[in-house]
Design a binder for this molecule. Structure first.
Ligand code: NDP
Length: 447
């Protein structure tokens, strides 16, 4: 069989064995496409069922999460933890609480996480979890009761040397606090390294909150410099207004860019003169309100209900909300409006059609598993601080993050060049991430 046929047969098996999981199919298809370059050159990666094993989670846990709401009614949600690959270290990856969560979404995120974590150069495996619970509109006590019930089951599957969850969509500092409290109570252990994204007083790391957004901007800066351009003075669109988006906006503006728009699922806000980050943080993090409130309270900001944020004119686009939020049509709009650089702060926000448009229109494109790896990398730095009972300064931790993002950029660029696809950061990220995991799996035998 030639490489095309081999890859096709891997993909057909994925479709057959994982029916009804389109996001997982999409994530695997993208990686397999890149692996054609590797399998052509290094045929030992086709042996020992390596690719088949890599696409099959080591363990998938699905559980009932019953809880009582403020009216005394019993609610039932579904919890997930997919422990995908632990060849490089304990499973590591966030928890997502969003009504759209299902097994296929958690598997796509867990699969991406394997290669992302490998790219960080730190000893962490890949996993992901979450629930179809929607924290929006729930009281703090409802969120707490849900988190306690969720952890009552999850607790038996995690540990600082086993599996270390963190936040993702719908899971921020508040939720991590309730989850950690329940874990501590059930195990009678103050095991700091079991979760990351903790509060600073109880084992959290400085920079973890900012890390994904900051890291995405550091990666973007590297990519722009290599393309002969500067972030300083550029106009940047950032979709979303959650954890990743807020700190991407902050860092982009600190480095001299103007952020001309951001969004949530109700629409977007155009901000031609830049974003007031303090106000945005107050609206979103303290008051837990929508972006329309920001537009009401800010100077020079306009809310576009149900509008498409990708219609704003800019130089750089950072999708930081959710998967498949930027499609082929929006990608054409971006290209027509002069965008030259796109970096994914979210996981898989660009559809395959959008990525194809970027390729054709020569837009520099950084995939999420490279560009947003700063979050999990800083989680691994939090684990290091917990293991040594130490806490580092903001400046030192940020310097480590910057160094990691620079190394990830170099790994993507150099690997793409090595496989004769210079500038293709998708192939570079997938291949560089894959090789380390693959070599370790081959060394550790068929398990
Ligand atoms: P948050 O919950 O803090 O924010 C999510 C943001 O995305 C909100 O503005 C939300 O708007 C918007 N959003 C979510 N779903 C949709 C949707 N279906 N349509 C439109 N907008 C939507 O999550 P994070 O910022 O933590 O995560 C954002 C992305 O970054 C995700 O893809 C996540 O997997 C990825 N990521 C996060 C990391 C982290 O450290 N937090 C690390 C690496 C990747 P609304 O409030 O209206 O729902």
């Amino acid at each position: 069989m030639n490489v095309d046929q081999t890859v096709k047969s891997y993909y057909e098996q994925i479709l057959q064995r994982n029916a009804g999981e389109p996001e997982f199919h999409q994530a695997v298809a993208e990686v397999l496409e890149s692996l054609k370059h590797v399998l052509q050159k290094n045929d030992h990666y086709s042996k020992d069922g390596l690719i088949e094993r890599m696409c099959e989670p080591e363990r998938q846990i699905i559980f009932r999460v019953p809880w009582v709401d403020d009216k005394g009614q019993v609610q039932v949600n579904r919890g997930f933890r997919v422990q995908f690959n632990s060849v490089l270290g304990p499973y590591k990856g966030g928890l997502r609480f969003h009504p759209s969560v299902n097994l296929g979404i958690i598997k796509f995120l867990g699969f991406e996480q394997i290669f992302k974590n490998s790219l960080t150069g730190l000893p962490i495996g890949g996993g992901k979890g979450g629930s179809d619970f929607d924290p929006k509109g729930k009281s703090d006590h409802e969120v707490m009761r849900f988190c306690q019930s969720f952890m009552t089951e999850l607790n038996r599957h995690i540990g600082d040397k086993v599996d270390v969850p963190a936040g993702d969509i719908g899971v921020g500092g508040r939720e991590i606090g309730y989850l950690f409290g329940q874990y501590r109570r059930m195990n009678n252990r103050h095991e700091s390294g079991v979760l990351t994204g903790k509060g600073l007083q109880w084992g959290g790391s400085l920079v973890r909150t900012e890390a994904t957004g900051f890291g995405t901007v550091y990666f973007t800066q590297e990519m722009m410099n290599a393309g002969g351009e500067r972030l300083d003075g550029a106009r940047v669109i950032v979709s979303g207004s959650g954890n990743v988006a807020i700190y991407a906006i902050q860092k982009a503006q600190e480095l001299g860019a103007t952020v001309v728009g951001f969004s949530d699922s109700s629409g977007y806000v155009s901000t031609p003169d830049g974003v007031d980050v303090e106000l945005l943080r107050d609206v979103k993090e303290n008051r837990r309100e929508r972006v329309a409130t920001y537009a009401k309270e800010a100077n020079d900001a306009e809310f576009h209900e149900n509008g498409n944020i990708w219609e704003i004119e800019a130089d750089v686009a950072l999708p930081c909300a959710t998967q498949n939020e930027l499609d082929g049509e929006s990608a054409k709009l971006l290209a027509d409006n002069g965008v030259k650089f796109v970096a994914e702060g979210a996981n898989m926000p660009c559809t395959p059609e959008a990525v194809e448009v970027f390729r054709k229109r020569k837009i520099h494109f950084a995939p999420g598993k490279a560009a947003n790896a700063g979050g999990v990398a800083t989680s691994a730095l939090e684990m290091q601080q917990n293991a040594s009972r130490d806490s580092w300064t903001f400046e030192y931790t940020d310097k480590r993050l910057k160094g990691i993002m620079r190394n990830i950029y170099r790994a993507c660029a150099d690997t793409a060049a090595e496989y004769d696809v210079e500038g293709d950061y998708v192939a570079g990220a997938n291949i560089a991430g894959f090789r380390k995991v693959a070599d370790a799996m081959l060394a550790q035998g068929v398990i």
